[in-house]
Design a protein around this ligand. Structure first.
Ligand SMILES: NC(=O)c1ccc[n+]([C@@H]2O[C@H](COP(=O)([O-])OP(=O)(O)OC[C@H]3O[C@@H](n4cnc5c(N)ncnc54)[C@H](O)[C@@H]3O)[C@@H](O)[C@H]2O)c1
Length: 327
């Protein structure tokens, strides 16, 4: 039996892959970007890699059947701004792709699916604290798709006994992110500071956005999957990473503690509307904490920045390679 990770070459998927390999699991990575092994170069030979597209039911069924998959971490897909730029393609990948995963699981008795959802399932006008009972009325294609998948997964859980569970991630921060768009401004600001470069930030100084370190994102997926089924009531969970929600300006000041010469110029160049009305100040993840023991390892900005800098330092020689490959 093996564990399949869709999007296993991406930011979160590759870290999860590393975690599962360390635990001695038999891992199958399903991803369309197989020219890009950089994030798993150290464990490339410890996992099976299948080049495939989520829009193909046949490729998914073949993988599930051939590798006797009994658990799927479904992390593959298009991210927020790509979906809004190309909704039709995103329907094939994020909607149809998830339907394919659910159907393959139903047909081939896959026990469990862990799905990566997003706090983008809340409307951009959502203000203040969110919890698992806050009404989700997403206003962007990406959030609409993710909410549909959360609900469809719950349906498959209730009707076909598939152990579907999902995580609503905040903005995930990690090194070497090349996804185009403004959504990555936190990660890029940190990476610029570490590299000794000033940063042109594409959002306003007072923009706020809850963040989580990518290693915690992988850990959360792993911990959720390990929990006893009898403990899972909420099914689709909000989770918190760094406890303090900071504005872009706060992040700049926090970075200056480590890099005193670092400076940010706020130049609203593209799609500022994405974050204009995004005002989530805190995330209540008490259901995740109570039901499956969620606790982030990088719950302060200081812990995050120290590890981020270590990872960048360790990959200094391969950074050029990261830079030329777009994920
Ligand atoms: N990064 C964030 O801030 C964030 C926030 C909330 C939720 N999420 C969700 O978490 C998951 C993982 O995000 P990430 O940050 O690792 O993204 P990523 O872009 O780094 O990784 C996604 C992976 O999916 C693969 N992929 C894309 N389209 C595919 C297709 N049609 N067929 C097969 N593979 C395909 C890509 O090649 C890539 O390796 C995604 O589902 C994303 O929506 C991410």
């Amino acid at each position: 039996m093996s564990i399949m990770i869709t999007g296993g070459l991406g930011l979160i998927g590759s870290e999860l892959c590393r975690l599962l390999v360390q635990k001695g699991e038999d891992v199958v990575v399903f991803d369309m970007a197989c020219q890009n092994m950089n994030r798993i170069h150290d464990i490339e030979h410890n996992v099976k890699i299948v080049r495939g597209n989520l829009n193909s039911l046949i490729q998914i069924i073949d993988t599930v059947k051939n590798y006797k998959v009994d658990k799927i971490f479904h992390l593959g897909g298009m991210l927020s701004e790509a979906c809004d730029r190309n909704p039709w393609e995103s329907y094939q990948v994020n909607l149809l792709g998830t339907i394919h995963i659910l159907e393959a699981a139903r047909l081939f008795n896959v026990e469990q699916i862990i799905f990566a959802s997003t706090q983008g399932t809340y409307a951009m006008g959502t203000k203040g604290n969110i919890d698992d009972f806050t009404i989700q009325r997403p206003t962007m294609v990406y959030g609409i798709e993710k909410l549909f998948c959360e609900l469809l997964g719950k349906y498959y859980r209730d009707h076909y006994n598939i152990d579907f569970r999902s995580l609503r991630y905040p903005s995930i921060i990690g090194p070497f992110i090349k996804t185009p768009g403004v959504a990555q401004y936190n990660a890029w600001m940190i990476e610029h500071a570490i590299a000794g470069r000033n940063y042109k930030c594409p959002v306003q100084k007072d923009t706020i956005n809850p963040i989580m370190y990518y290693k915690d994102a992988a850990l959360a997926a792993y911990l959720l999957s390990c929990a006893e089924r009898s403990r899972i009531y909420t099914v689709n969970y909000n989770i918190r990473g760094v406890s303090q929600v900071m504005s872009a300006g706060d992040l700049e000041i926090a970075l200056q503690k480590y890099y005193p010469n670092f400076a940010v110029e706020y130049t609203i160049t593209e799609n500022p509307g994405l974050y204009k009305d995004f005002n989530i100040y805190s995330v209540d993840d008490s259901n995740a904490c109570r039901e499956w023991g969620w606790k982030p390892e990088y719950d302060t900005f200081d812990k995050l920045i120290r590890d981020f800098a270590e990872v960048v330092k360790a990959h200094r020689n391969t950074q050029e390679t990261f830079n030329i490959i777009s994920v």
